[in-house]
Design a binder for this molecule. Structure first.
Ligand SMILES: Nc1ncnc2c1ncn2[C@@H]1O[C@H](COP(=O)(O)OP(=O)(O)OP(=O)(O)O)[C@@H](O)[C@H]1O
Ligand SMILES: [Mg+2]
Length: 394
């Protein structure tokens, strides 16, 4: 071998090894890049992301690492993230697995033919595995968050019930104490003064009688509510002209309305006979018209009776203080009173709960419209289908 040819050989080997070194360092660099990516993804995926964030990250990072034009993720429930490019020449689909099994897949696209290599597939599989764990975690976290939210709602409800109970105890005690104190006061005065005028005694006994009636009403309401709750309320149904019940209630409450200088009107536009418990239905209208009078300081209270072929409605409209919109859903709750904090008006907050219970029993409904400072309209609608043809005009 001449020295020239050995030179050429040596140079050739050198060039070869240089190429190999370059290739190797290229591979090492690529490997480093991939390992780096996986570490980075591991960190990002570990931080408790939401499902859509994990998918967005998976799509962006996977496409970037293999330099693909686009990617999309499909999860088990058919939910898709990312968009497909039109007419891709190459696709690479890799499953997304969790320890529990396959939960979806990621597909990468490119416009060039034969774009994806076996190394790309290996890399995307590794990325998809990490994403799978992240998705599993985020689902668990979402489940925990939901559970937590449900517990918080329950907690809020329990707190509200607890508050209602305290309000109720304080209300009822107040409502019972006031008439009781008055009964005791007047009885003691009569007893201490044997010389008292008969007329004065009569007046005091009258007050004692009225205050006892208030106590009876509260106690009856309490008993009724507990009967309603246990489903043991008795009803004696009979066909009754609804206007008759209303006229009686209006006559009964006229004194209260007059005492406040309010006009109390009954407007019977149509009438019907309905199959109801007259005593219970009177209770409904006593509370509704009673409330209208109680919460109105000026103007009028009007009960209007109208009927269609199937239904009869009583609308009780007042020009009173009205109810704030956000409080309307609560007023039919037991013990709920808008003015729970300030005991300016009498009441235990049982009336509307009883109204709803009784009307429900009769297959009817109660609706309310109200505007604060303008007034309220409570409408009771009862079915008349059982007595078709008995409608009369009033
Ligand atoms: N016509 C009305 N105008 C304004 N607020 C009303 C009217 N009717 C009811 N409300 C509000 O709804 C609450 C609940 O009414 P509900 O009849 O159940 O209780 P109450 O009248 O306070 O007590 P009770 O009927 O047990 O004596 C009332 O405390 C009041 O805040
Ligand atoms: Mg009431």
């Amino acid at each position: 071998m001449t020295s020239d040819s050995s030179d050429v050989n040596q140079r050739g080997e050198l060039a070869n090894s240089q190429k190999q070194v370059e290739q190797l360092s290229q591979e090492v660099l690529e490997l480093y890049r991939q390992v780096n990516l996986l570490y980075r993804l591991g960190d990002v995926f570990r931080s408790g992301l939401q499902v859509e964030d994990v998918c967005a990250l998976l799509i962006a990072e996977s496409a970037k690492v293999v330099r693909a034009r686009g990617a999309c993720v499909t999860l088990g429930e058919g939910v898709k993230y990312g968009t497909r490019i039109t007419d891709p020449a190459s696709t690479l689909t890799v499953p997304i697995n969790t320890p529990q099994g396959r939960i979806g897949e990621i597909t990468l696209f490119d416009k060039k033919r034969g774009f994806f290599t076996a190394a790309d597939e290996k890399l995307i599989k590794a990325v998809a595995r990490q994403a799978g764990v992240a998705l599993e975690n985020s689902k668990r976290i979402e489940g925990l968050i939901e559970q937590n939210q449900a517990l918080e709602t329950l907690n809020d409800e329990l707190r509200a019930i607890d508050q209602m109970k305290s309000d109720f105890v304080s209300n009822v005690s107040h409502e019972l104490r006031t008439p009781l104190a008055s009964i005791k006061g007047f009885a003691a005065t009569i007893r201490e003064d044997p010389e008292m005028d008969r007329e004065v005694i009569q007046e005091f006994v009258g007050i004692i009688n009225d205050e006892s009636d208030k106590l009876i009403i509260i106690i009856n309401d309490l008993l009724d509510v507990s009967k309603l709750m246990s489903g043991h309320m008795d009803y004696n149904l009979e066909f009754t002209q609804l206007s008759r019940i209303l006229s009686e209630v209006v006559a009964l409450l006229m004194i209260q309305a007059k005492a406040k200088s309010l006009r109390l009107n009954l407007d019977v536009q149509q009438d019907a006979r309905v199959n109801i418990d007259p005593t219970r239905m009177s209770q409904v209208f006593i509370n509704l018209i009673g409330n209208a009078i109680k919460f109105t300081d000026e103007g009028s209270v009007t009960a209007t009776l109208t009927a269609t072929d199937r239904e009869i409605s009583v609308a009780i409209a007042d020009t009173g203080i009205g109810i704030r919109k956000e409080l309307l859903p609560h007023i039919f709750d037991k013990f709920y009173r808008v003015e729970n904090v300030v005991h300016q008006k009498e009441g235990t907050g049982l009336g509307l709960a009883l109204v709803r219970g009784i009307v429900d029993y009769h297959g009817g409904r109660v609706e309310v419209e109200s505007k604060e400072g303008v007034g309220s309209i409570f409408t009771v609608t009862l079915p008349t289908s059982l007595v078709a043809g008995t409608r009369v005009n009033g």
